[in-house]
Design a protein around this ligand. Sequence first.
Ligand SMILES: C[S@@+](CC[C@H](N)C(=O)[O-])C[C@H]1O[C@@H](n2cnc3c(N)ncnc32)[C@H](O)[C@@H]1O
Length: 261
Amino acid sequence: MDIRKYNRSAWDRLVENKNEWTVPVSPEVIEKARRGEWSIVMTPLKPVPRDWFPPSMEGLKVLCLASGGGQQGPVLSAAGSHVTVLDNSPRQLAQDRMVAQREGLKMRLVEGDMRDLSAFGDGAFDYVVHPTSNLFVPDVLPVWKECYRVLKPGGTLIAGFCNPIMYMFDLKLEQQGILQVKYAVPYSDLEHMDDPDRLEVRGEWDTLEFGHSLEDQIGGQIKAGFYITGFFEDNYRPDEGEVLPNYTSTLITTRAQKPAC
Ligand SMILES: C[S@@+](CC[C@H](N)C(=O)[O-])C[C@H]1O[C@@H](n2cnc3c(N)ncnc32)[C@H](O)[C@@H]1O
């Protein structure tokens, strides 16, 4: 199974379907960002605290990792950063291209895999912003390792990711309001390809997904050399048909620093 190819087609289709994570920001959002009024999300609802970034983004080199869709990249570019967006989906990158052309922004757009940042040199970036997307790769440790390599000493990684508890419950019963444990974590879609509930309940989300352990998510960043210096939890809106958000947060954002020397 070529997971990367599968998820490329799936995300290209999500763009066609106008899934919320593929809808570019409006001209009004860009206009405000140019005036210094901006925020970005790594998870569905809560913005990243503004003080996780310096007062001015002017001239900072930012990698928006697996972050296509015309959202974080254009906002940070309008705020004055030199932005590179890397994503696996050509259609997601086309959304960034569209906003760049519409707004006269200069961004570098790279089609690639979040686990292989060999297109970039060591210490190329001041910031890596990585919205919730490592659920689409089976192994997350290479992502943290590459983020560490491409950051300058003292650089910052801001990453959103899923709490694997999201993957534990029977999907069909959850639609009826019942939370019953069905799947073990770490979770892999590859182990449940012929589970009829998977495609039926997920609807347009025909992606291959992986629920990584918190040891790989948080311990993995520490293992790569980062200090974790910020942490918050977030959620989906319960009205999106999921019951779990009524009981616990399901997503996490961390700020991690590469030591200055
Ligand atoms: C939930 S979207 C995140 C982007 C969006 N701008 C946001 O605000 O959340 C997940 C993104 O991960 C990308 N993706 C999936 N697998 C990838 C891979 N192996 N390498 C790079 N990007 C990948 C998808 O194409 C998609 O654009």
